[in-house]
Design a protein around this ligand. Structure first.
Ligand code: PLP
Length: 348
């Protein structure tokens, strides 16, 4: 289906705000058009509304073209804009596959859009039939999170492609954790004609959660829609400057990534040796989902020691599960030390 036909009617008709910097962005001129202050302190000017320099760097890094990129104020903004562009409140619906990232439901609720669930199987694999069963003519977005949060596993490529063949809306693949995985990003397959929207972020592998820089990768037609409806200056100057540094410092990125992956294996061995741990789920991300004999007890005891993990035991198929982020070597040592103590107490 054409993007134009998927859009909400009000967005189709929208005349976007035209900012001063999008009307004129040449260099070496006197800018007296935006009512800015003339006193140069590094932030007295409005930021580049289309983040040209940052997009060029990310495009090179990710092997895509700049016109396939959208930068959001965190993925939160990017995903919210997808709802606002394509989902008519009170009419349209979206599908997600719990247990998964909680923001999809929150964004659906905020936007007055029906949230449909197609639960993963108990082994956290994708249930294609259940996804297909939920699709109707008002389904605009399907969210597939891979590697999935909070379970950690990648969902099967063949199954995702099978769903894509049947679906005429936009298939959102959330790849916030893709850099920790050896699986290939879906951004490489954007050309195939399916309406894919790949969501990535500088928040995890790029060590930039505080900057709020989300990276959307899609065909230029979808990107153009988001550009029309985004707040004009959605990425502030400081975030653009710091994000550019993070993206360009490939050596540091690789070094950090290698350390997290090594620590992840070390943490696995430590956790695996504990009797209070009953299962560690396979993970392609920077965390482990760990099943304990008594997750709430472990969660509270760790909290007492000032160690906060994520209690996911109320999520579907996640009884007694805690999600544990891979920290630095010292942080992981501290965690393991406390868990070993608890282990000795309970096995005595
Ligand atoms: C952490 C995370 C994000 C990143 O969100 P930002 O707003 O970019 O920080 C997106 N999706 C999933 C599944 C995540 O776990």
């Amino acid at each position: 289906m054409k993007i134009e036909n998927l859009l909400r009617p009000n967005i189709r008709k929208l005349v976007p705000y035209s900012s001063a910097r999008s009307e004129y962005s040449g260099r070496d001129v006197l800018y007296l058009d935006a009512n800015e202050s003339p006193f140069n302190n590094g932030v007295n000017r409005y930021p580049d509304p289309y983040q040209t320099e940052l997009k060029a760097a990310i495009a090179e890094d990710r092997g895509v073209r700049p016109d396939q990129l959208f930068i959001g104020n965190g993925s939160d903004e990017t995903l919210d804009l997808l709802f606002r562009a394509f989902c008519e409140p009170g009419k349209d619906n979206i599908i997600a596959t719990p247990p998964t990232y909680g923001m999809y439901k929150v964004l659906a609720d905020i936007n007055g859009v029906e949230y449909r669930e197609a639960p993963l199987n108990e082994d956290f694999s994708l249930n294609v039939k259940s996804v297909l069963n939920q699709i109707d003519e008002n389904t605009k977005l399907i969210f597939i999170c891979s590697p999935n949060n909070p379970t950690g596993n990648c969902l099967e490529k063949e199954k995702i492609e099978f769903i894509a063949e049947f679906f005429t809306g936009i298939l959102v693949i959330d790849e916030a954790y893709i850099d920790f995985s050896e699986k290939e990003s879906f951004s490489k397959g954007l050309v195939k004609g399916v309406q894919l929207f790949v969501n990535q972020t500088l928040s995890k592998s790029n060590s930039g959660a505080g900057l709020r820089v989300g990276v959307g990768i899609a065909n230029p037609e979808i990107i153009a829609v988001l550009n029309r409806i985004k707040p004009p200056y959605n990425i502030n100057t400081l975030a653009q400057v710091e994000a550019l540094k993070l993206v360009k410092d490939k050596a540091k990125f690789n070094e950090n990534l290698a350390e997290i992956l090594a620590e992840k294996q070390r943490l696995f061995k430590g956790l695996n040796a504990l009797t209070i741990v009953s299962k560690i789920y396979p993970s392609d991300a920077n965390f482990w989902l760990v099943k304990f004999e008594n997750a709430n007890g472990v969660y509270e005891a760790l909290k007492q020691e000032g160690i906060i993990v994520r209690n996911r035991s109320k999520e579907l198929h996640c009884e007694n599960c805690l999600r544990i982020t891979i920290g630095s070597k010292t942080e992981n040592d501290t965690l393991l030390e406390q868990l070993i103590k608890m282990d000795q107490k309970t096995t005595k």
